[in-house]
Design a protein around this ligand. Sequence first.
Ligand code: ADP
Ligand code: SF4
Length: 689
Amino acid sequence: MKKNPYSRLFEPVKIGPVVTKNRFYQVPHCCGMGHQRPQAHAAMRALKAKGGWGVVSTEESEIHPTSDLSPYVEQRIWDKRDIPALSLMTDAVHKHGALAAIELAHNGNHAANLYSRLPVISPVSQSIDLVYPKQTRRMNKKDIAEFRRWHRNAALNAKAAGFDIIYVYAGHGMTLTQEFLLPEINDRTDEYGGSIENRVRLTRELLEETKDAVGDTCAVAFRFAVDELKGSDGMQFFEEGRAVVEILAEIPDLWDVNVSDWANDSQTSRFEPNEGYQIPYVEFVKSITTKPVVGVGRLTSPDLMVSLIERGALDLIGAARPSIADPYLPNKIKAGKTDQIKECIGCNICVSSDNFSVPIRCTQNPTMGEEWRRGWDPESIKPKKTDQKALVIGSGPSGLECTMQLARRGYHVTLAEADNKLGGRVLFESGLKGLSAWKRVSDNRIYEIQQKNNIEIYKESALTLSHINELGINNIFLATGSSWRKDGVGRSRRKPVQGLESLQVLTPEEAIKQSPNLRGPIVVYDDEQGYLAGVIADHLSFDEHEVIFITPASVVSPWTESTLEQKRIQKALLVSGVNVICNKTIDKAEGSNLNLKCVFTGEISLLKCSSLVMVTERIPNTTLYDQLVEQENNTEQGEAKHIQLIGDAESPGLIADAVFLGHLAAQSFEEPEQEIQKAMFMREMPSLK
Ligand code: ADP
Ligand code: SF4
């Protein structure tokens, strides 16, 4: 039999007293489930184990009420009462032969303690890491001793909950232990401050005490950010980062190494297109310790994974986002089905859900976060109920997902697309500066669709009502998308802007298509406040246009705070010379002037403008749907048709929303109405005890 070229990835690795069956390691990642949604959490982690990950970790787990991350929903192990909820996860993960890891965390000044109302603690007195006028209490020796006791208790409780690997955590710019390590924060003059040996003291104590408490049966991992990417203003991997590894080298059973803060660790493909981007920072670690090392960097390609093992950069392939986009990634590699991997596109929609304290979601994997409440699994879907045929109109992310899933269920699907290429908005958006990885959303689906023999694809087929009637298919899913409006109606005004006829006004698509012929200055007006206007401005500026970015918001692309990109976006525009004007709406146009209105004072200022790109709101493309419904209403007898709007045609949103709505439609097709209406998912109800 031919040897699997990736067999090295399936070698067992000893981690202290435990052994993982392979090198696939789902590192800790947030998921918005944590202590509030334990059943959802257990099911989501169990699916990763089912998909072949050798180790499956929790998100950060608060060890004490002084590390209360509310309103964010993370894991909790404050005391023994948390054990049953955590055991749900360890039991579920163990059933699939994986090890369960828990990331014990005390978040120091990053935990605002809004729920517990306890003082925030930190090595020094400083402002808390939240816009809230409150400062930390500087920990005294008694506090440090207490903190060590809490950590030890949490480790014992984690062991009782069934975890195999227990973390000490100093990373992401959000843990107490890391605050002690960093000289720019820790200016203590006692034995916990000053020299690097003193600043490492607390971490060493935690590692040794955790090993002492649970090390007989549990491995003790250390998650450590070797570099803060702040240059000489912060920890650097070749200086103090290295020194920390040298001091602690053989103490932990496993080194889990990355860069901080979270925005640097989880960089988006827009700003860091390279897979394995963290390797140059972390690969030195293996030359210092004999203990296994795990690292991350949106690792999706099995060839790269093998090369990292073979050249001694890592022992274990760490992944958060690649395991979210495709929980079955290890099993697919093992089965030689690498062409079926759903690749992470590096968009950080997963991160945004944690920032909004709701269950995790993913652009590529619409089943992520729905394992328990809807019973979804990315690799299996219930079979068709009848031999009905389906027509999907539009091949954007929603139409492609709906087509793929209906076909997986066994239905015969006809997919019609007006354009000569499949992909809809993904074709446009992935052509913009920095977004090429987004093309994977359509590429991965088109690839699967082309393998199936129960799908007929018609390109260059802009269907009309009479075409649909000729086709005679009674189940019609309209994924006809949406169109950007050009009249200025958006978040800040519900009435069209007057006087626009004197200017060249463009949609985002028109602006990019006509870019070579546009006259400057080009004004990009963002009253959507999502990501697109920032990308358009960046793209046009790269095309060497003079660009002015105007928004009623107080920063560029405020939504992208949730994907950890906002600062990078604003910096990119400023560095490329875009004139950024915040807090202004467009009041009206007069000749070649725009009247800008301050959102606070109402004061008017004038701005010269040749071309105006409107990024404000979209109009759903429902004409065909409306015609179908009207025809159906006027038809007296005959078989009732299933006519359903999906994706942006139903409700314009993110690509992730369009994929989800396409998936939901395919899942719900031919389900009894009551099933669909049952709020469609299970909920975790608070216990009234
Ligand atoms: P979504 O994000 O909801 O998937 P998109 O805007 O990405 O929506 O895609 C909509 C797709 O539908 C576009 O590719 C468009 O060409 C196609 N389309 C719209 N109307 C028709 C039609 N009448 N017949 C065939 N295709 C259509
Ligand atoms: Fe990757 Fe985006 Fe999915 Fe996150 S949401 S796992 S970044 S594809």
